[in-house]
Each structure stands twice: as C-alpha cells, then as structure tokens.
Design a protein around this ligand. Structure first.
Ligand SMILES: [Cu+2]
Length: 475
C-alpha cells in the first residue's frame, strides 16, 4: 500500500464512529447437529426472527430462529438429509459451500418458493477431505440480502485431518464472522452500498461481540474461521501470540505454517492451530481495517457516510478473546510435524482467461458487473469443460475494487499471483483478488458432470451479474 493511501485509511479509521473494544463475553457455543449411524438429518426453516445478536435483538432472517444457524457436522461417507422449508416472502435455496458433491444436488438454479419445502439428500463422498465449510442461500438476485440478513451456518466434515494424532487431543472452537447493520439489515441498502457490496458496522463472531475462546494451558486449540459476511474482507491478527495455519477452504495443508496476518475474503475459511504455551492471560484476535478499493471514496463522504446504508468506513475491531485456562498438563502437547500431503495438480491441458470488470454486457444490454464482457444470464453457458481435464484459469481483475473469485463443485490450487509463483500449496475454492491483480488457479474437474457456477463472492456483485455458468461435460 502506498504511504498516502495508508495515511488516508488510518485517518478514516481514527474518525470512524465505531471502534469496538467492548469487554469480552462468555462464549455461548452454537448448537451442533452431529450425524449418528452415518446419517445427518434435520429440518431447516428459513424464517424471519429476532435472535439476540451481540446482546441486541433486531429483525433478521434465520434458520430455525438462530443466527448463525446450527453447526452441521458429519463424516466423509455419511448421508445428509436436510428438509428446507421456506417461510420467507422470497424464493430461496441452499448451497453447500466447500462440499465436493454433484451440482445436481448442490443446485443454485433450484427454486424453493415461499411456502414450499424441498428435501436435499446426498452422500458425502467416502474420500472427501476434512473441511470447514458452510451452508447459505444461493438463489440468484436474493443472495446478498438473504446472507446479509443472517442465513448461514457452519458445515464441518470430519476425515483425514481429524486422524492426525496431535489434533485428536486438541480443543476445538469455531468462529463464524458476520457483520450486521442493526437498523437496516433487512432493508435494501443505498445504491452505493449495493454497488460496493453491503457492509454493516456491527462485527460479530458466532453471533457475539468479542466472545471468549478457551485455550487450555499447555494444550492445543484448533480454531475454525469462516467468513460468512456478504462483502466484508477480514485481516486478522493475534498479536503477541503465535498461530499456525493447518487447513484452508478445501482441507489440510502439508504442515503447520506460522501466520502473521490471515486475510479472509467472503466465503473463505481457515483452520488454525494455537499452542497454549505463552503467558497465561488474554489475547485478542483483531480485525484490522482493510481497504477493498473503496476506502478513499468512503473517506471523501465524511460524516455523510452515516446516512448511507450498507457503507461503513474501514473499522478495527476485536473479534474474539483467547483466554488461557488452567490445566493439569505439565508438559506441552506437541505440535504435529506433518499433516496431509498436498499433491500438486499436473500441468494443464487448457488455459483460459476470466476478466473481471464493471461495464456493459452488449448481448444482454445491461450494465453491471461482468466476467469476460458478460453478465450472468440464466441458462446461458459461459464456459464448457470436460470431466477429468486439468485447466489453468487466469483470473484478471481489471477493476479497482477487490473481487474474490469462487468456484463451485471442484477445488483448485492457486499457482501464481501477479506473475509470482504461490509459495504455499493449498486446496481452495475461493481466492481473494485485489484491484488490478491477476491470479492463476489450477483445477481438475473431478467426479461430477453438469452445470455449476463461478462468481465473485461479494454477494451484491454476484447478484448484479458477476457470475458465469460452467458446464462440465462427460470425458
Ligand atoms: Cu466483486
């Protein structure tokens, strides 16, 4: 970041009306629904409600009255049977973000109309990696309003990584990061909030402001983080305390890797391992102000910004507090040396380009957010690939704003960023792109044919056309 940009960002921060440093709250764990005898079964009612978020009750959209929705937890190989009932006044559906399942099931084109129900039933593949995923609506045009409204829940698949002996002894916690606008969460935001992607000034972790997470002295804590915000990008730090990345969106990495700052764009997840070997006191997980390419414009609005719903100046907040807990353990639990190998995908058979921009789609005659000159049109296939092929996708952001890119169904590896090879090999399904960045991802289309999608995970951008249909044809 240039010095001038940095200074203006900091100025925006210091004048920000909301700088949260509230006392930590005793954490109130989310409800967990765990599969039994190989079956995870539940009913989810999408309905409006007024759950208490950070001690305030305001109108939201909920699954079964809860925000966030219950944690769903299953093993690789289990069956999921999930009955969704739509008690909202607009169509909805479900997307299983992070699952490698058929797009005929994880079907973003399905409509569950108001008053109707639909039962999703599928088997999680036996060889599915252990992941931290999440579920949320994906009905085109309603995605930003429904996810920002609160419809989202964590989805944990247990598998390979859970069998690492050191991790079996680790304590576990999960934080689902969401931002809300208590006054306007369910109202259509100002045109600027819609254009830039709506944000709220209330930053929460699993429905709370600054919850306490317990870290056993001399133990290990596995912390799962999910960015379930509609547009907010988090830059997270744990000052004065080490933390190690052990898994990204689609599963484990090869070995624990110490992190300084963890950036999470909407849709991204990370599993961290935190050893309890420092001074036994409190440590704060901070969310630093982040400029996603609009901070200077937001700053120029001055006090006016408070009148513009969906637009918030960059804010610093304490997302959660790690609190050491006394334990009987006299010697520290060792960190795992190795996790799960990440085999590099072979060289691609095809290379494609995806140019992200704002502009006019000449074929659809609309203005909005576009990929390769086209905005999303239902039933128009934008990209056709073949099963089992490996492809490199060069994603070129020609816009000044960040556009995190998400691919459904298949996982990918990030190969290159702005011409520099990526140093850490991971499995991803969402990758952040700052303004004017170019990122190359490598993907193999495995196991499933049919129509799926790729899109910007700033959900207002997706609803305004920054999405394409990918048709995976038989080999
Ligand atoms: Cu975008």
């Amino acid at each position: 970041m240039k010095r001038r940009q940095f200074l203006s960002l900091m100025a925006a921060v210091s004048s920000a009306p909301l700088f949260f440093r509230c006392a930590p709250n005793q954490s109130n764990p989310l409800r967990r629904i765990v599969s039994t005898d190989g079956l995870l079964e539940l009913s989810l009612k999408a309905q409006s409600g007024k759950p208490a978020i950070a001690g305030k009750a305001f109108q939201l959209l909920t699954y079964n009255g809860q925000v966030p929705a219950p944690i769903l937890e299953a093993n690789a190989g289990d069956t999921v049977r999930l009955a969704l009932t739509n008690q909202l006044d607009a169509p909805t559906n479900l997307h299983y973000h992070g699952l490698h399942i058929s797009p005929q099931i994880d079907d973003v084109f399905r409509e569950v109309a108001p008053g109707e129900s639909y039962t999703y039933e599928f088997q999680i593949p036996q060889n599915h990696p252990a992941i931290t995923g999440w579920y949320h609506p994906h009905y085109h045009l309603n995605v930003a309003s429904q996810v920002f409204g609160g419809l989202a829940g964590p989805l944990i698949i247990r598998g390979d990584l859970d069998d690492v002996p050191e991790l079996r002894q680790a304590a576990e916690a999960l934080l689902m990061l969401q931002d809300f606008d208590p006054q306007n969460t369910l109202r259509e935001p100002h045109a600027l909030g819609k254009r830039w992607g709506r944000e709220g000034s209330l930053l929460t972790a699993s429905g709370q402001q600054n919850p306490v997470i317990k870290l056993p002295q001399n133990g290990l804590l596995r912390l799962r983080l999910i960015n379930a915000s509609a547009s907010r990008i988090y830059q997270l730090q744990l000052p004065e305390h080490p933390w190690f990345l052990i898994a990204t969106d689609r599963g484990a990495i090869a070995e624990p890797t110490e992190l300084d700052t963890l950036q999470l764009s909407p849709g991204e997840r990370a599993d961290l391992l935190i050893p309890g070997q420092r001074d036994p006191k409190d440590y704060e997980i901070l969310s630093l102000p982040y400029d996603r390419g609009i901070a200077n414009i937001v700053e120029s609005l001055g006090d006016e910004v408070e009148q513009i719903s969906g637009v918030v100046p960059p804010t610093q907040a304490v997302m959660a507090t790690l609190r050491y807990q006394p334990s009987d353990r006299v010697s520290p639990l060792p960190m795992p040396q190795k996790l799960i190998p990440v085999a590099p995908l072979p060289a691609p058979q095809t290379t494609r380009e995806f140019v992200l921009n704002h502009g006019i789609d000449s074929t659809a005659g609309s203005t909005g957010f576009i990929i390769n000159g086209q905005s999303f049109v239902m039933d128009r296939v934008n990209t056709q690939v073949r099963l089992n092929q490996v492809e490199d996708w060069r994603i070129i952001n020609q816009a000044s704003m960040d556009h995190p890119f998400h691919l459904h169904t298949n996982r990918f590896q990030v190969i290159e960023r702005n011409g520099q090879p990526e140093t850490l090999l991971t499995w991803k399904d969402t990758v952040g792109l700052k303004g004017y960045e170019t990122v190359t991802i490598r993907v193999r289309f495995e196991d499933f044919i049919g129509r799926t999608v790729y899109h910007c995970h700033i959900l207002d951008h997706e609803d305004q056309g920054m999405m394409g249909i990918l048709d995976i044809q038989p080999a």
